[in-house]
Structure formats: structure tokens, C-alpha cells
Design a protein. Structure first.
Length: 168
């Protein structure tokens, strides 16, 4: 009985603090690579070659307007994230964006409205990324092309390529 109570208490604690300890189970048992990303208003800094453009935004509509004007050019110059197949944790930080953000990584041709894609395509997303908060998003990536973005911060759809061998 004491063991059952202890197990229940551990499970409840894990659920309450899952944003803080989201990687424990996966990281403890398997080889995982951590990718750190920083969101500022309307962008991911690392994806844009480490440049924080200094945009200001008080709501999602601000970023929609900014990216309508500058997004295509910035995306053309953005770094393509190239990875090997495997398990990843995208550790995403909301740096001074004054509203809750999220993160979304998915196969390039993923269509959220297609119910079959929910069954056979990779898509990992989550919200709750408040100002100054860092959260982990776990995903296993196979060879192919992916996109990542934040629909709540309306960033561009940055490109991610997964390939078994890197080109010289």
C-alpha cells in the first residue's frame, strides 16, 4: 500500500511540474540532442543567424504585420537547421515577448486539417511559454524536410532538414 501511494505521489508531482522536468524520462534513458532556441518578438534569434531584429509586439497581430513586410527576405537569409535522424529536445525560451507563446515543429507537407496527417506525419506543438519561461518540446525526427515556427508569435516557417549524412 505504501508503494502504491508513493507511486501515485510521484506521478502527481511529475504532472504538476512537467514543464520544469519535461526531459527527465526521455533524457535519462535515451540519447537525446538538445536544440536551444530563443524567441523574441516575431522571430527565433538563432534561426536568423543570431540576429535579434529588436521588433516590439504587444499582440500577435503586430508580428503578422511585421512578418508580412520583412518575413520573406529574412527567411531567405535564415539558417537552415540541418540535423541527423534521432531524438531531440527543442528547448525554447520566451525572451521578453509580453504574451504567451508556443512552438510547433512538423513535416514540411503537414496539414493540420487533414485527419490522416495526425496519424502518419510528425507534428509536435505546445503553448504556455510565458515571458521569461523556457519549455522543452520532445520529438523524434526521421529523414526529410520539416518546418518550425510559433503560430502565437507569428514567426516565419523556418526550415529544418534531417539527413543521415552531412554534405561536405
Amino acid at each position: 500500500m505504501q508503494w502504491t501511494f508513493s507511486l501515485l505521489l510521484s506521478a502527481l508531482t511529475a504532472m504538476m511540474f512537467s514543464p520544469l522536468f519535461a526531459t527527465i524520462s526521455l533524457a535519462a534513458s535515451e540519447d537525446v540532442t538538445i536544440i536551444n532556441l530563443t524567441q523574441t518578438a516575431c522571430q527565433f534569434v538563432e534561426s536568423e543567424n543570431g540576429i535579434d531584429h529588436g521588433y516590439t509586439s504587444s499582440e500577435q497581430a503586430d508580428c503578422e504585420e511585421i512578418n508580412a513586410k520583412t518575413g520573406a527576405e529574412r527567411l531567405a537569409n535564415a539558417e537552415v537547421l540541418t540535423l541527423k535522424p534521432g531524438k531531440y529536445i527543442f528547448r525554447v525560451t520566451n525572451k521578453n515577448v509580453p504574451y504567451s507563446l508556443g512552438f510547433w515543429v512538423r513535416e514540411k507537407d503537414y496539414n493540420w486539417a487533414n485527419p490522416l496527417h495526425k496519424l502518419n506525419k510528425t507534428s509536435v506543438s505546445g503553448g504556455g511559454l510565458d515571458t521569461g519561461t523556457t519549455l522543452d518540446y520532445e520529438v523524434e525526427l526521421k529523414e526529410g524536410e520539416y518546418l518550425y515556427s510559433c503560430p502565437l508569435n507569428t514567426t516565419p516557417d523556418y526550415k529544418l532538414v534531417v539527413e543521415s549524412s552531412t554534405k561536405s
